[in-house]
Design a protein around this ligand. Structure first.
Ligand code: SAM
Length: 330
């Protein structure tokens, strides 16, 4: 059976947050104090395996583990290894801030993990400390190099923020030129918990215009080369690529193929909607089983918003999601 929505978009991608806790306090994500989900409410790894098995039996072919910071949860590397072993044909990936991953890199590569998205908004250690609240740039830098040396395919994601990293475009382009990795800027979204303001938004259009003055960029066909919602450009003479993700100025709802599962078992069908489908009660119920889980997944898929409501709200200038990315799973 295939998970589709009302427009027959096939839902094939599940992002799973394994924790809402993070060791960083990024100003675009968790600048404002938030209460953490109590431990008993967090889905256990066995429960996540149950959800993945079911999702796999529908049309989900790709899973990304995220958080909070996934490596802040005990046992995460072993859990990823278990997933890779149990579902060898699943495209499993990890998103991380790369502060804690160092000791686990070789193990994960050995288990077959090959792709990492690394969030890094600045190449300047002082700005890193200002954005994240932690002075950990050297560790991140070392771990990116180690990941490349081990043969991971690495994408660096930077939230584009005026007054924060808009002076670093050249440095990021140099990084993508000199290393075999993708650098992608994502527009700053008005999520709950963030220090968002319209003045801080550095749009994809503005970034592209500035980048074209600094590098010879050629657009790659959209949705080719594993680029997800990003518009990706090759860089003349470069080893890596450059990309732009524009949820604000050029939304990609029409091709959205994803569902999100929060750490406490809420299935979300759209980043900008607070509507949730609660899976934990089903997973923990003594009699409700896989069949009920399947029904809820199919229902959530069928009711996936087409995007209009969200865009209308945004047009009225309202923050549209009450929850932070650390709680939803970025
Ligand atoms: N800790 C992991 C990491 O750093 O990649 C995974 C989760 S973190 C919440 C994922 C990412 O979501 C952030 O690094 C950032 O790229 C993105 N994000 C969070 N809040 C955002 C916002 N307000 N606008 C744009 N992107 C945001």
């Amino acid at each position: 059976m295939i998970l589709t929505d009302a427009r027959q978009r096939v839902v094939s991608y599940l992002r799973i947050s394994v924790t809402d806790r993070c060791n960083l306090r990024c100003l675009y994500c968790s600048a404002q104090e938030q209460a953490f989900i109590p431990h008993p409410e967090i889905l256990r790894y066995e429960e996540l395996l149950e959800v993945i098995a079911l999702a796999r039996s529908l049309s989900i072919g790709k899973v990304r583990f995220t958080g909070g910071e996934p490596f802040a949860r005990r046992g995460f590397p072993e859990f990823v290894a278990e997933v890779l072993a149990r579902f060898p044909d699943l495209d499993a990936r990890v998103t991380t801030n790369a502060t804690l991953i160092g000791p686990h890199l070789a193990f994960l590569r050995g288990q077959g993990l090959s792709r990492l998205n690394i969030s890094l908004d600045t190449l300047d250690p002082a700005t890193f400390a200002r954005v994240t609240g932690r002075d950990l740039f050297p560790q991140v830098w070392e771990n990116i190099q180690a990941a490349l040396d081990l043969g991971f395919r690495v994408k660096i994601n930077a939230v584009a923020m005026k007054g924060v990293n808009d002076g670093e475009l050249g440095a990021f382009l140099d990084l993508a030129r000199s290393r075999p990795l993708d650098v992608r800027f994502i527009e700053f979204m008005p999520m709950g918990g963030s220090d968002w303001s319209p003045e801080a938004v550095w749009t994809a259009g503005e970034i592209l215009e500035a980048a074209q003055k600094l590098a010879d960029l050629a657009p790659l066909p959209r949705n080719s080369a594993d680029q997800g919602p990003a518009q990706v450009y090759s860089i003349a003479g470069g080893q890596g690529r450059f990309g732009l993700i524009s949820p604000l100025t050029n939304h990609f709802c029409g091709t959205c193929n994803r569902l999100r599962l929060t750490a406490d078992g809420h299935l979300r069908t759209c980043l900008f909607s607070d509507k949730v489908y609660r899976l934990k009660g089903i997973l923990r119920h003594p009699r409700l089983g896989a069949e009920q889980l399947r029904k809820v997944l199919l229902l959530a898929g069928a009711r996936k918003p087409l995007g209009h409501e969200i865009l209308e709200k945004r047009a009225r200038g309202r923050g549209v999601c009450g929850t932070s990315m650390s709680a939803i799973g970025g």
